[in-house]
Design a protein around this ligand. Structure first.
Ligand code: AMP
Length: 503
């Protein structure tokens, strides 16, 4: 096993020097250039910052971001991506937690970076690119590096609480990449279309699959995702065969009827992760692109992109739930009940994860780390750290794990335990509904549903009454023209709850 992801890059640059690694619509980098420029940036950083320090990469999302990520790795440091469109409040929180020694920026963020106070050094990435490669310095750093060194820190979206800096090692990424590339036969023929921002771990496969295999990643402008017809055309024009997206982005293609304009038959593999993928939308993808493999992956940022997977190989009804499936190699999934015992088949428990995929905890936050990462309560014999996700699931008769919502979305109403996700699933299966989210008003015991789509609130109420028991019926339906989304492109439940349940 490799000890650093840079070994992927070095091997691939030797094998495919002239092949494109990353391309946006303005610029692209071959593997040779990626290696050379990363070493230049690495040599620049190494001349100033000691290994194992955070390097903030605050830029517009472009192909050149990867040079800085790998440059940080060459300097034995770890990168922390910040996007040009992140709100300043969030950026301040990240900088406060990190106390970084260096920020690399680009033209898009130059002004904002220069207005940040503090002692950190600020450099345009092009300044770093002017450095000569210092092979001796880089070799010395490599000599002392180990696979448990941090590769990156990503701040969680806050969809599951206050944002926290999740630390991820080289070993965790290497372990996952080795598995995913072998399992899905990803090699130099893979062409990916990046959707997720680099500060979100849904983009991790997009960054490391090319480094390991020689695949190419195309980075379309963010605005294309607001016009899914454009994105499908982009996919077709670039002969893209692999999508690793969040469900909301796939749903958007369906909701905008983009397939009526373009059906990119080059797509052979669609992996999604990060939230529930509604079967109604998935079925439309499967109708239009019917020779692709679709995979439901599950995992929090704390488990390096994904720790469970389910290959979709049978038909699913519009209102059925997709299983999360089973653990990826080198990961183990436990479902713990309220007494911290293993939940029996059919019984709901909290998803707990152990294995190589786990984060080393939250950066500069020992209390938050020990609250989420703890000794496996069912192992009293040796030290085994697990991560408690706050997600609920049960195992079915065939051993598949089925998602049952988040602990904090589980409500008690009229004496019944209800998963808000169950109600959303029923609503999403109704024709005329595009997107839906349910929130609970604890004080009034009211369930409020916000949704987008053509159907009016009364008709939706009637349709839902045919599907749900009375105690699960929402008290109120709010029709919106667009669903609030968080920075990661997932439904912004925190915002919706605030807006509809706080007086
Ligand atoms: P994040 O760390 O921002 O990627 O969010 C992780 C959370 O997303 C998990 O704890 C789950 O609540 C949710 N999630 C991830 N994958 C899935 C999935 N396949 N189905 C349902 N929820 C998911």
């Amino acid at each position: 096993m490799y000890s650093t992801v840079l070994q992927y890059l070095e091997k691939t640059a030797l094998k495919y020097p002239d092949k494109t690694a990353f391309a946006d619509i303005k610029e692209s980098f071959t593997f040779y250039n990626l290696l050379l420029f990363s070493k230049k940036i690495g040599s620049f950083i190494a001349g100033i910052v000691k290994p194992n320090h955070p390097i903030v990469v605050y830029m517009d999302k472009r192909a050149y971001n990867i040079l800085s990520f790998m440059g940080a790795a060459y300097a034995g440091c770890f990168y922390v991506p910040i996007d040009s469109q992140m709100p300043s409040e969030r950026i301040n929180l990240i900088l406060d937690t990190l106390q970084p020694s260096m920020i690399l920026y680009d033209d898009a963020t130059a002004e904002k970076v220069n207005s940040i106070s503090g002692s950190m050094l600020k450099y345009h990435y092009k300044t770093a690119l002017e450095a000569e490669v210092n092979d001796d310095a880089l070799a010395k750093i490599r000599l002392y590096s180990k696979n448990t060194d941090l590769l990156y820190v990503l701040f969680t979206s806050g969809s599951t609480g206050v944002p926290k800096g999740v630390t991820i090692s080289h070993a965790a990424v290497i372990d996952f990449m080795d598995w995913i590339c072998e399992k899905y036969h990803l090699d130099d023929t893979a062409a990916l279309c990046n959707q997720a921002p680099f500060y979100f771990d849904a983009s991790v496969p997009d960054i490391y699959i090319p480094l390991k295999t020689g695949a190419t990643v195309f980075i379309p402008p963010k605005s294309y995702y607001t016009f899914p017809k454009k994105i499908l055309q982009f996919i077709e024009n670039n002969n893209i065969n692999t999508l690793i997206w969040v469900p909301s982005a796939l749903c958007n293609v369906v909701n905008c009827k983009a397939f009526e304009v373009c059906v990119p038959t080059s797509i052979k593999l669609v992996i999604f992760c990060g939230e529930v993928m509604p079967c109604k939308h998935l079925n439309i993808w499967r109708t239009y692109i019917n020779n692709a493999l679709y995979v439901n992956m599950y995992g929090p940022t704390e488990a390096t992109y994904a720790c469970m997977y389910y290959d979709i190989e049978r038909e699913f009804a519009d209102d059925e739930k997709l299983p999360l499936g089973k653990a990826c190699e080198n990961s183990e999934i436990f479902l713990l009940d309220d007494e911290d015992q293993l939940a029996q088949t059919g019984n709901i428990g909290e998803i707990c994860i152990s294995g190589q995929c786990l984060s080393q905890g939250y950066y500069n936050s020992p209390e938050k780390t020990s609250a989420a990462f703890m000794q496996n309560p069912v192992n009293t014999k040796w030290r085994e750290i697990i991560y408690r996700t706050g997600d609920l699931a049960y195992k079915n008769e065939t051993g598949e794990i089925i998602f049952a919502g988040r602990k904090d979305f589980q409500i008690k109403r009229l004496g019944h335990r209800i998963e808000l996700g169950e109600i959303e699933n029923a609503i999403l299966s109704v024709s005329g509904v595009e997107n839906a989210c349910c929130v609970f008003h604890e004080k009034n015991s009211d369930i409020i549903t916000v949704y987008t789509g053509k159907i009016d609130t009364n008709s939706l109420n009637d349709k839902i009454a045919e599907k749900l028991p009375q105690y699960m019926m929402p008290n109120k339906f709010v029709k919106l023209t667009s669903m609030p989304m968080n920075l990661n492109g997932k439904i912004d439940r925190v915002k919706i709850k605030k807006e509809y349940t706080e007086e």
